[in-house]
Design a protein around this ligand. Structure first.
Ligand code: PPS
Length: 298
């Protein structure tokens, strides 16, 4: 089947799904998602879209399988190594099908679901969760460009209307604010969550790798970590067809590449002065009850 034939028709509409803005491509397989058979050694990589999912997925894949399965590095794209749990786009395998087919142990599984929609088996099995969060401004900019180029996302409109939608929580997977705070609160009573920040990863990938290994209980040498750090830097991943999504048919890289800039602070090239003021005011309100602190520059 050609990439053209595999493309789904048109752009999806957003609708309310259990209080969250969603599109059918992430709800059509809901019964299987909710009844997902988790195993105790499954590792969930959870994020609001565009927070660094692919980066952390690649790091985890290399930590577990980089040494013993070198052929994997040249043959299997990241979205097959780390299935996207709620993904349900016609003519492609669903996330649950891909997860069930995985022969590796542990299984690495990606999700963008807010904490309240996570299948209960993952909690019952006490699965490890790596959550990655990114500051709201850069997250919104990255999501805007992603929605422009990705046919399974709704049309973003122009930047001015998009940032309003983002603030209202009308982007797919719902409000960024509730997502990052919901997972942060979960961490307070579920100890198997490692909460990471994109900005920390940019600042010192090696340090974050060490913290990740300690959470996962993995012993690695400094040399191994350095090798993974180098292989997962932005330029390396951008040039790597197994990591850069160039093999997936639903994205149009002529509009914007998946590996776009990979920076902290690109929001300054998008927000006007008044948009920034309005955003900051709104942000203060939305986040006033949370202890979470983000950096919008490093
Ligand atoms: S998705 O579609 O939700 O899975 O996207 P996600 O992977 O979460 O986020 C994509 C953004 O992460 C940037 N990225 C990286 N930045 C730095 N280093 C590395 N290695 C890296 N890999 C991915 C990617 O460029 C997107 O951010 P923007 O700001 O759009 O460039």
């Amino acid at each position: 089947m050609s990439a053209e034939q595999m493309k789904p028709e048109g752009r999806p509409e957003i609708f309310d799904f259990q209080g969250i803005s969603m599109v059918n491509y992430f709800t059509d397989n809901w019964e299987n998602v909710q009844n997902f058979h988790a195993r105790p050694d499954d590792i969930l990589i959870a994020t609001y879209p565009k927070a660094g999912t692919t980066w952390v997925s690649y790091i985890l894949d290399l930590l577990y399988f980089g040494k013993d399965m070198p052929e994997r590095q040249t043959t299997l794209p990241i979205y097959e190594r780390v299935p996207f749990l709620e993904f349900a786009v016609p003519v492609m395998h669903t996330g649950t099908e891909l997860a069930e087919k995985l022969s590796t142990c542990p299984r690495l599984i990606k999700t963008h679901l807010p904490v309240q929609l996570i299948p209960k088996a993952l909690w019952e099995q006490n699965c490890k969760v790596v959550y990655v969060a990114r500051n709201a401004k850069d997250n919104a900019v990255s999501y805007f460009h992603f929605d422009r180029m990705n046919k399974v996302q709704p049309e973003p409109g122009d930047w001015n209307s998009y940032i309003e939608k983002f603030m209202e929580g009308k982007t797919v997977f719902g409000p960024w604010y509730d997502h990052v705070t919901g997972w942060w609160e979960k961490k307070q009573n579920y100890s198997n969550i490692h909460y990471m920040f994109y900005e920390d990863l940019i600042e010192d990938t090696g340090r974050e790798l060490e913290r990740l290994c300690s959470f996962l209980g993995l012993s690695t040498t400094a040399e191994e970590r350095e090798c993974i750090r180098g292989g997962t830097q932005f330029d390396a991943m951008k040039a790597n067809p197994m990591a850069n999504y160039s093999t997936i048919p639903v994205m149009d890289f002529k509009i914007s590449p998946f590996m776009r800039k990979g920076k902290v602070g690109d929001w300054r090239n998008h927000f006007t002065v008044s948009q920034n003021e309005e955003f900051d005011e709104h942000y203060k309100q939305k986040m006033k009850n949370s202890t979470l602190v983000f950096r919008t520059q490093i």
